[in-house]
Design a protein around this ligand. Sequence first.
Ligand code: G3I
Length: 349
Amino acid sequence: MAHRHALAALAAFATAGLVLTAVPASADGGRRPAKTLGELAAAKDRYFGAATDVVGLADAEYARQLAHEFNSTTAGNELKWYATEPQQGVFDFTLGDQVVHFARKNNMVFRGHTLMWHNQLPDWLTNGAWTADQLRAILKNHITQEVRHYRGKAYSWDVVNEPFNEDGTYRDTIFYRILGPGYIADAFRWAHEADPHAKLYLNDYNVEYIGPKSDAYHALVKSLKAEGVPIHGMGFQGHLALQYGYPTTLQENLQRFADLGVDVAITELDIRMLLPATDDKLATQAKWYADVTKACLAVRRCVGITLWGHTDKYSWIPAFFPGEGAALPYDENLNPKPAYYAIRDALSQ
Ligand code: G3I
């Protein structure tokens, strides 16, 4: 079946270049080989990745760590519409190319994020008074140009990001308002035409557990599959917060999407907490990271996990949630936290 081939190709891609490296002594006194998260995930036919922004890549120690420890990455902002088509019909892939180049140079699986989102749109698009025909043509051109530019270089694309409200109704975006719900199927078809090998995903937050929002995605994926729309995956962002509790239905939820015949992936994992971080909170966070990892490993079609950045040094959290942070497995000094070791243990089982 197609997805088996995809996983095999993914594994080959992910492990290429990871052989013949000396295995350093581990931090726990050498009782087990200190394999990287990427190596451990690859041994299970999966990727373990972390998003990056292009500015971070100028930080040599950060970039070295990202390349060494992870076998996948994605661009945190550089492939969004405002960055890639800043003026109508004028495309700029300069920054995105830098992240893709970094990924290729380091044999990392590259996820494309994102072709359509209601945030970070260019002003020319949001300020225009478009007819449906005009907006459809703009959308088709945007998707075609971007996916074609990265054809063969992007393993997957988040084609449509966050199209639903919390209650599972369609979000009132410029696309939905002018084009109606059919814009989603159109976007997947255009992306597929531009790169028939890329895995095409829906992607959202607060869908890790079974509830109205994930139910709506489940129904949508089912109907898109029934219509023959080329959709291949469901992305669960995984922006979790200790104060809201662990999504205990995660594994069951991943499985019910896999049962529809699509891949699933954790696409933007971070686990924030109210500051200050204490040993207790960091221990709970470590358990959650391990539990998410185990949930993915337990579902055959869960192809991988992407952290939304790997270090607290560059996390988006403090700017968006004042008083919260410490969300990633490496601290602000790039040192591994308990979460790092917990993920490593989970991947080793
Ligand atoms: O580039 C400008 C810079 O010139 C300016 O000086 C600076 C001052 O604020 O802002 C910079 O832009 C920021 C941009 O990130 C690049 O760093 C924006 O203000 C900021 O809003 C933007 O935040 C991004 C956010 O999406 C926007 O909603 C985060 O970095 C990015 O991590 C975050 O990622 C999203 C995913 O795409 C979708 N899922 C949720 C996730 C978290 O919000």
